[in-house]
Write a protein that binds this ligand. Structure first.
Ligand code: UDX
Length: 435
């Protein structure tokens, strides 16, 4: 099928490449000329495991362009995968979605389905359809369908090719049938529902996961007070199939492009409709404070961070991505700098983005974990990269001036630190060798 995809971020590019891998002819449109030039050479502008390889293998089915008119004029299906960033009040900014909708309305010259993959507030697809119909130039049928994306960064290709489910929200049969054809070769349960339900599935799923994490984090905080171990507790919980054993990792809070934005968007949507979604509001509050957990713990060992060498291991919001959106490191590092610390950061892929987000000459970026740890007075682990999890813990003692390790992602078993003289404090577990 002839398909166009608007936007080449995580959602758009992964969708485009995966559809091309199933034999569809896909044109990916982006306004950024430089990015388009890079993609034309078969190079992915984002770090996503497996994406570059799949892209290179399927270049014969892929076109990259800034020319939306030629891309949209005869496409049978047009996916919208542009960003819906958070506005100041927590609501979703739909400017980019509407920009694309306008371009489609002006360019489409054949019957087509506009498929909204971007996460949009409930009711947006209805409004987009009227908007497109008002503005369309040619006398053709343009349908709008909701098809939310459930991919997680770091596993985006796998999540798309082997999706847990494909949710299709339509108001009539025809667009539903067309989307069934688009996804014919994707092995995943396909669910055809009304558009507003499809839009809600996305928010309800993401916010449920955010809630699950915040709940576990609160239980973890309580475990610390009452002397229980959260990893043992969640193991015990996970055997109950109604709870499930995934997404029960306690830590310093969720980040990324989805959970923070989608919790606030749903909360905003509820209050806009004179309703309150108290559980989600609570999850947001818990997450906001959880991000500062390690700094609070550190105050037990040092009154302030003036002239202290602070090693930071990991700055991305999770491993497997160079994305920093809403990462706990972004709120913690400025506090440490403000307090006079010498900050050294190691991260395998995130440091370039960190430099852009927090331009500060005083931060030292390290090529290795060893380099970050030399003479450090304290070490904060913000991301559970494999390199950190596999790191020889004895080295914390050998390299650091004072071996205090504060682990925000529970990278190690507690046994690893017993009788080492290293103070190891994590989340929801007893501190080993406390001082
Ligand atoms: C998420 C959803 O998983 C995905 O379905 C949706 O489409 C977009 O949002 P993503 O943001 O890429 O994907 O990452 P995810 O792996 O879900 O992690 C999000 C955050 O939650 C990370 O900061 C991670 O560290 C944190 N997390 C996750 C926990 O703190 N504990 C867990 O048990 C799981």
């Amino acid at each position: 099928m002839k398909i166009a995809v608007a936007g080449t971020g995580y959602v758009g590019l992964v969708t485009g490449v995966c559809l091309a891998s199933k034999g569809h002819d896909v044109t990916c449109v982006d306004i950024d000329e430089d990015k388009v030039q890079v993609m034309k050479q078969g190079i992915s502008p984002i770090y996503e495991p497996g994406l570059s390889e799949l892209m290179k293998e399927n270049m014969e089915h892929l076109t990259f362009t800034t020319d939306y008119v030629s891309a949209y004029k005869d496409a049978e299906v047009i996916f919208i995968g542009v960003g819906t960033p958070e506005k100041q009040d927590g609501s979703a900014n739909l400017t980019y979605v509407y920009q694309v909708a306008k371009q489609i309305a002006q360019s489409a010259k054949r019957d087509c389905v506009v498929v909204v993959k971007s996460t949009v507030p409930i009711g947006t697809n209805d409004k987009l359809e009227s908007y497109i119909h008002d503005k369309q130039k040619a006398d053709v049928n343009i349908y709008v369908a909701s098809n939310p994306e459930f991919l997680a960064q770091g596993t985006a290709v796998k999540d798309t090719l082997h999706a847990s489910r494909i949710v299709i929200g339509v108001e009539s049969e025809e667009p539903g049938e067309i989307l069934q054809r688009v996804y014919a070769d994707f092995e995943a349960p396909k669910l055809i529902v009304k558009r507003r339900s499809a839009e809600m599935v996305k928010y309800a799923s993401n916010d449920f996961l955010a809630l699950k994490i915040s709940y576990v984090n609160e239980i973890a905080n309580l475990c610390e007070t009452v002397g229980a171990d959260i990893t043992e507790v969640t193991k015990g919980m996970g055997y109950d199939a109604r709870i499930g054993d995934r997404f029960l990792n306690a830590g310093i809070g969720y980040g990324g492009s989805c959970f923070p934005k989608d919790t606030k968007a749903l909360s905003w949507l509820a209050s806009f409709n004179d309703k309150e979604i108290r559980t989600v509001k609570a999850a947001i509050e818990v997450n906001d404070s959880q991000k500062f957990k390690l700094i609070k713990k550190a105050k037990k060992y040092y009154e302030d961070f003036l002239f202290l060498n602070v090693a930071i291991l990991g700055c991305t919001f999770k491993p497997g991505t160079d994305d920093l959106r809403e990462a706990p490191s972004l709120v913690n590092v400025p506090l440490l700098l403000e307090d006079g610390a010498h900050v050294r950061i190691w991260d395998p892929v995130g440091t370039d983005n960190f430099r852009k987000k927090i331009p500060n000459q005083k931060i030292q970026y390290c090529e290795s974990i060893d380099e970050a740890l030399v003479d450090a007075d304290i070490c904060f682990i913000f991301t559970e990269w494999d390199d950190v999890k596999k790191y020889d813990v004895q080295k914390y003692k050998q390299l650091m001036k004072t071996p205090i390790v504060l682990d925000g992602r529970n990278c190690y078993g507690l046994d690893a630190f017993e009788n080492t003289g290293i103070t190891y404090a994590s989340v929801g577990r007893p501190t080993v060798n406390d001082r």
